[in-house]
Design a protein around this ligand. Sequence first.
Ligand SMILES: [Zn+2]
Length: 487
Amino acid sequence: MKELSIMLDPGHGAGVAHNRGFVNIPDRSYNNEGDNNFIFVRDYLTPEFLEYEGIRVGNTRQAITDNPSIEARGKMAKGYDLLISSHTNAASGTGQGVEIWDSTNPKESIKVLCDAICANIAKEIGTVNRGTKYKKSSNGSNYYGVLRNGLAKHNFIIEYAFHDNYNDIIKFVGNMKGAAEATAKAIADYYGLKKKGNTVDPVPPVQNNNTVKIRYKDSVKEVSRILKDDTNYVNVREVLEFTGHRVDWNGVDQEIVIDGDTLINSDKEITGYGKYFKTEHLEVVETYPNGIYTQFVGGKTCRQTGAYSGSGVYFDPSTAPVTSSRSIVAIAVNGGKPIGENSHTADYTNRYKRGAIVTRPDNTAEFIRINNISEIKREYDVVLGGISMGTEYNPVKEGFIPANKNDDVLRSTFHTALACKKDRVYHITSLGNCTLAKFNEYIMKELGLEHIIGLDGGGSSQLYFEGDKGKISDRILPMVIGFKKVG
Ligand SMILES: [Zn+2]
């Protein structure tokens, strides 16, 4: 097997002493270059490299507080194939793009690889490709100390984005996993290395043995084996149940349904308009997928509608007054039809696929990411769209930029969300002010849910349920999510 050793060098040291002009990004730690370099290398780049066969990785900083000299960093790379020093850039506050500083020593220079890494990163995070660059001191040696002292076969510096330009650095910090994947893939492709397989043990097929071991992460299980044409075949149900999925047979559509959801609460029967309960930070109405509907109410509070209901999707009074169904500017569909002129799409600019929860006539629910309801494959009843939350939470990717004019939906305030499992839907309001990121954490921790969308919050965060239960506000709304009697 081919092998490749890489010494990773997260630039600088820890804390504000190594801020280096890094802009403040609200709701985020590590807004110093030295901290961010370390977190990126340890939590994103290192695990990504280890996904490949034959790659061995070192780090010049074992702890975030380590800050070895430039010379020491270079020496630590002795015996390694690559030394990659990971940085972010600064200029006048308006610079943008990714660039690589390759060694000026012709024996070390590896321009083809550097070009490929730059191109991959620029494409993945959506910034400018500034390309591979070279800089010499007046005496002819490498200008940058880590390259001058670098003892790997090839030494280079990656500047991922400009950290003194909010609009550029957000592309990187909002997608560090993608940046790490783009980097590792360019390198693996260059050296012809493959990703590790992680399912079936490559034991040679043996006759007269009707089981085979499968490995998933750190666990091993013996499952039944069917040997055919010198190949091991295993039962998909045994494999998926071992990896934490649930497998059902849907006789109506004649299909196998794979579901990774947990089954918390799903065994309890729901009566009336839904099951109301509170957790430490949340207030919840749990119901069956066919227990919700959405309706245009033309400027009423939930309580004024007289129906048990909660706040719904995003609306925009600058598009139209809330008495107009045109003011609903996110997906809101009832009985298969949009309830407003604009409520068939998640985003006017046609760029962003956001989260949506879909209920089906067969009383199931599903989380999907779409921009337009025309993308939905199977028959649907209610569709409600918002910001993807749960494990898909990445508002930057969906066009919500923190600390910009459209950050309003992320700020510390009351929030509302809709969540689902295959056989349940949950309308959730926060019991106090919190950021959308915290609200998401509460839902995942306190309810064990992962398929979640963020709905309109602030004064629009409302719930009117069984008399005085819920959150009352006098903000008038164009539409609501209502609860139907289910039993
Ligand atoms: Zn730096």
